[in-house]
Ligand binder design. Structure first.
Ligand SMILES: [Zn+2]
Length: 248
């Protein structure tokens, strides 16, 4: 990549995260003049974020189809003349202009965005990796994972954790579709009463909320210590853990 834009300014790739609806996150990826919005569940919030950053996204990317992630998709796409991209298996929710099934890379600005199919929460869930960030949608949450109640399959989610997430670089920053850390960590501590890292993380999460600050994204290595779904070890153990979380 070139390190200067057309005006000679240093090129800076950036990822912006914005909360809406309590726990949801919409993301804006920006490299030079190029940009993409990820999961614009609320059109007004996504449009305001793009406006604030002076961005004109050419893509709307979907980690999966659920309406709290895709409800604003068409309105935002129309506003920017952007194309809607996602996995066709979830296409009933957002009608993609381009089906990302079988596609491993997208070029955004001078950078490459890595796309991985991660079925389980929904059949068409995707992980998006970009510049050291891993956007996980509702597949991997801070200290938890997505449920499988709305078109999902816990065994498929287990295979995604064991086969797709397990080999990934621990230095990646985990950027989920919701902030459920404060709800998930007490379950982790019920499962693992001696997990001091999870206890410290719960205290830090509560302190951030009390101070009105957004939590910083943890690394995947930090998640592996405080998220038992990443350590389930087998499909059966993962499915049993998911079932205990559902009943908790
Ligand atoms: Zn979802």
């Amino acid at each position: 990549m070139t390190d200067r834009d057309e005006a000679g300014r240093p090129r800076r790739a950036a990822l912006h995260r914005r909360r809406f609806g309590g726990s949801n996150y919409v993301y804006l990826l920006q490299d030079g003049a190029d940009a993409a919005l990820v999961d614009p569940g609320d059109a007004a919030v996504a449009l305001a974020l793009a406006d604030e950053l002076g961005a004109s996204p050419r893509w709307i990317l979907h980690t999966h189809g659920h309406a709290d992630h895709s409800g604003g998709s068409r309105q935002v796409a129309r506003a920017f003349g952007a194309r809607v991209l996602g996995h066709g298996a979830d296409g009933g929710w957002f009608a993609p202009d381009e089906d990302l099934a079988g596609q491993a890379h997208l070029a955004l600005g001078a950078l490459r965005l890595r796309v991985r199919h991660a079925p389980g929460h929904t059949p068409g869930s995707l992980l998006l990796e970009w510049e050291g960030h891993l956007l996980t949608g509702d597949t991997l949450f801070w200290a938890g994972c997505g449920n499988c109640r709305h078109g999902g399959d816990a065994a498929a989610l287990a295979r995604t954790f064991l086969g797709v997430l397990a080999p990934l670089d621990g230095a990646l920053l985990v950027e989920p579709g919701h902030d459920y850390a404060e709800a998930n960590l007490p379950f982790v501590l019920a499962e693992e009463p001696g997990n001091g890292a999870a206890a410290a993380r719960l205290a830090a999460t509560q302190a951030e909320r009390a101070a009105g600050r957004e939590p910083p994204a943890p690394t995947l290595a930090e998640e592996r210590v405080t998220n038992p779904f990443l350590r389930a070890g087998s499909e059966a153990a993962f499915v049993a853990l998911r079932r205990r979380r559902d009943a908790w």
